[in-house]
Design a protein around this ligand. Structure first.
Ligand code: HEC
Ligand code: HEC
Length: 206
C-alpha cells in the first residue's frame, strides 16, 4: 500500500466519523424539538408526559411507537378524522412525526385505575376469551395479555374508559376507518354492556 492510499483511507475514516457525529447531534436536536412540541403544544390535552388527566383525551405514554406514527400520519393526511387533532397536525412537518412518536413511546405510563368489580370480571373474560356466540374475538390475540400491544397493535392498558367508549362508537358507526378494519367488525358485534365492561377492564390494567 502506498502512503497516498493510507492518507486517503485515513481521510475517509475521518470523514465517516464526522458523519456519525453529525448524525448523533441531529438525533439529539430532533429529540429535543419533539420534547418541546410535546410540552408546549400537546401537554394541554395529553399531559406533559403523555399521561392525560381528562378522560376524553387518550393517554399516549408508553404507547407503541409504530402505532403512534401511523395515527399521527393519518391525522395529518385526514385519513383518521378528528376536528381537534387535524388543525394541530397541520402545524407540524412530516419529519416531526417520528420524533413525537418516539417521545411518547418512551414515557412511563401511569398505572391503571380499578373500576367496578363485577364489570371487571365480565370485561376480563371478554378480553381473554372473546364471545363465541357473537363471534367477538379475544382481544389478547392482538393487544397482548398484558394490554401492552406490539408494533401496529396499540397498547390499551390503563387507557381512559371514556376515550375507549368514544373509539368503539366511531368504529361501530364506520367513522374510524384508517386502520385494518378489524376493529369495526369487533365493535359492531359487541353489546353496550360488553363494551363498557372491557373498557373498564383495560383501564384497570397496570
Ligand atoms: C385540544 C386537545 C388536544 C391537543 C392540544 C392535542 N391532542 Fe392529540 N388528541 C386529542 C383528542 C380529543 C384525541 C382523540 C381524537 C379521535 O377521536 O380520533 C387525540 C388523539 C391523539 C392521538 C391518537 C391516540 C390513540 O391512542 O390513537 C395521538 C397520537 C395524539 N393525539 C397526539 C398528539 C400530539 C403529538 C399533539 C401535539 C402536537 C396532540 N395530540 C395535541 C386532543 C388533543
Ligand atoms: C385481529 C387483531 C385485533 C383484535 C382481535 C382486536 N383488536 Fe383492537 N385494534 C387492532 C388494531 C390493528 C388496532 C389499531 C387501530 C385500527 O386498526 O383502527 C386496534 C385498535 C383498538 C383500540 C383503539 C386504541 C386507541 O388508542 O385508539 C381499542 C380500544 C381496541 N383496539 C380494543 C380492542 C378490544 C377491546 C378487543 C377485543 C374485544 C380488540 N381490540 C380486538 C387489532 C385488534
Amino acid at each position: 500500500m502506498t502512503p497516498f492510499n493510507i492518507k486517503t483511507i485515513a481521510a475517509m475514516i475521518g470523514f465517516a466519523s464526522g458523519i456519525v457525529l453529525i448524525d448523533a447531534a441531529q438525533a439529539a436536536d430532533d429529540a429535543a424539538k419533539a420534547a418541546t412540541t410535546a410540552t408546549e403544544v400537546c401537554a394541554g390535552c395529553h399531559g406533559a408526559d403523555g399521561n392525560s388527566i381528562a378522560p376524553n383525551f387518550p393517554k399516549l405514554a408508553g404507547q407503541q411507537k409504530v402505532y403512534l406514527l401511523r395515527e399521527l400520519k393519518d391525522y395529518k393526511s385526514g385519513k383518521r378524522v378528528s376536528e381537534i387533532m387535524a388543525p394541530l397536525m397541520a402545524t407540524l412537518s412530516d419529519d416531526d412525526l417520528p420524533h413525537l412518536a418516539a417521545y411518547y413511546a418512551k414515557q412511563k405510563p401511569a398505572p391503571g385505575v380499578a373500576g367496578d368489580a363485577k364489570l371487571l370480571t365480565v370485561g376480563k373474560n371478554l378480553y381473554l376469551k372473546g364471545n363465541s356466540k357473537t363471534d367477538v374475538p379475544s382481544c389478547d390475540s392482538c393487544h397482548e395479555e398484558d394490554g401492552n400491544g406490539s408494533g401496529k397493535f396499540p397498547r390499551v392498558a390503563g387507557q381512559h374508559v371514556d376515550y375507549t367508549l368514544d373509539q368503539f362508537r366511531l368504529y361501530a358507526t364506520g367513522k374510524r376507518t384508517n386502520g385494518a378494519r378489524v376493529m369495526q367488525a369487533v365493535a359492531e358485534r359487541m353489546s353496550e354492556e360488553e363494551t363498557r365492561a372491557v373498557a373498564e377492564f383495560m383501564a384497570s390494567m397496570p
